[in-house]
Design a protein around this ligand. Structure first.
Ligand SMILES: [Zn+2]
Length: 418
């Protein structure tokens, strides 16, 4: 058990509880803003029964999130106060390795513990919650494959990055933060290039759009707007869920747009081109590059702040461990939790702005902006989206503006800013 009068431990505890409380408040507000009346924008497109079902789904998700967040906060605090970090540090050091591999082992064990504890939640989410609302298509075999691939990918990519960062800090001390950031920035760029070619195909099949009327319509749109794309692909999203989506990946001329197969079956041709036009807006307006630059700026701030934690010896003695860069990284992660909520809100606000810009691009380049509004409606109906999220939840968690706001803007009514 750690000493209760202990500054850094109290600070971490307070931060974790604060972040938990803010998220709990946002969930409570979200539950309260639910309204049994069908929004006017959806009249004629969604029946009352469907609307009630979307609210029921939103409530079920809120309960699940509230429970899993509370459970993980309790476990983390119990581990912290019970001296778990000191114990795990002892385990990692008992291997008798030098500092960098010891650090990899420590963080690896911590991550593995977290993954194992998170597993029941993930199983419940897929096979109970999503199943109950008819979305789940994931078979146990696909679930296990995803899990193994995900863990291996995290171990390889995360392991390489972590090794480089820990090694730099071990050799150069806290001053290594600039070098670490350079490594991190290079890593982000490499992942952007690798994502469409190596990473995403590990999980899904991407096939070029088959010949036909839809492909011809897409190609004529792409030609008319000189899209900087290397291809438009169909993705087998139906392997896991009936929910549909579309996205753009890659950088420069290697950008690709992927449309879920579920999207292509639930929308008509004009609507599919409208969704594609939105994604094309992200590609044309260089949004991937902007988000990458933003991630780099955030990384710069994080490594700089980390170097401060590494110069703070009290934090290590307070937690019952010997000073080390790897433990500094973990402590920094804990201390950063509440600030991360604010950073996330800033990131989401920027993302929502980019989404509006992509909607506006689509509206300018397709024959009728109403087609995109229709597509958004249909997706909201199919995916049982929460149509009335509370502004606090939107601020904290949503990278997209609320769908009704997007529909209103596309259909020419004055949309509200969030
Ligand atoms: Zn978008």
């Amino acid at each position: 058990m750690l000493d209760f009068g202990n500054g850094p431990v109290l600070l971490i505890t307070f931060g974790l509880l604060l972040a938990w409380a803010v998220r709990a408040l946002s969930r409570m507000m979200d539950a309260r803003t639910m309204d049994s009346r069908l929004p006017p924008e959806m009249v004629g497109y969604m029946d009352n029964e469907g609307y009630q079902r979307s609210q029921e789904y939103a409530r079920a998700r809120l309960r699940f999130e509230a429970f899993s967040e509370t459970a993980s906060t309790v476990v983390l605090l119990a581990f912290l106060w019970g001296g778990g970090f000191g114990w795990l540090d002892g385990v990692a050091r008992s291997f008798g390795w030098t500092q960098t591999p010891t650090g990899l082992a420590f963080i690896g064990l911590l991550a593995a513990g977290g993954a194992v504890l998170g597993l029941p939640f993930s199983i419940y989410h897929t096979f109970v919650l999503e199943e109950r609302f008819g979305f789940n298509k994931t078979t146990p075999a696909v679930f296990v494959q995803d899990l193994i691939k995900g863990w291996l990918l995290a171990a390889v990519l995360g392991g390489v990055l972590l090794f480089a960062v820990l090694r730099l800090f071990d050799v150069l001390g806290p001053e290594a933060w600039v070098w670490c950031w350079l490594v991190y920035a290079a890593f982000l760029v490499a992942v952007q290039f690798a994502a469409p070619i190596w990473i995403l195909p590990l999980f899904n099949k991407f096939t070029p759009m088959p010949e036909g009327e839809l492909r011809a319509a897409i190609e004529s749109y792409a030609r008319a707007n000189a899209l900087p794309l290397s291809g438009i692909f169909l993705m087998d999203g139906s392997k896991r869920s009936t929910k549909s989506n579309a996205f753009v990946t890659g950088l420069g001329a290697k950008k690709r747009i992927a449309l879920f197969d579920t999207l292509v079956t639930s929308l008509d041709q004009e609507e599919i081109v409208a969704v594609l036009a939105h994604e094309a807006g992200h590609a044309k307006l260089r949004h991937t590059l902007m988000l990458l630059a933003l991630a780099m700026v955030r990384g710069l701030a994080l490594f700089y702040l980390l170097s401060w934690v590494l110069r703070w010896p009290e934090v290590f003695t307070a937690l019952g461990v010997q000073p080390s860069p790897y433990f500094g990284l973990v402590v920094f992660g804990l201390l950063w939790t509440p600030a991360g909520l604010i950073a996330g809100a800033v990131f989401n606000a920027i993302s929502r702005r980019l989404e509006r810009a992509a909607d506006a691009f689509a509206a300018r380049t397709i024959p009728s902006p109403k087609a995109l509004a229709m597509a958004l409606r249909r997706l909201a109906v199919d995916n049982l989206s929460n149509l009335r999220p509370h502004p606090l939840t939107v601020a904290l968690e949503h990278g997209h503006p609320p769908v009704l706001e997007r529909i209103r803007r596309l259909e020419g009514a004055s949309g509200q800013e969030d």
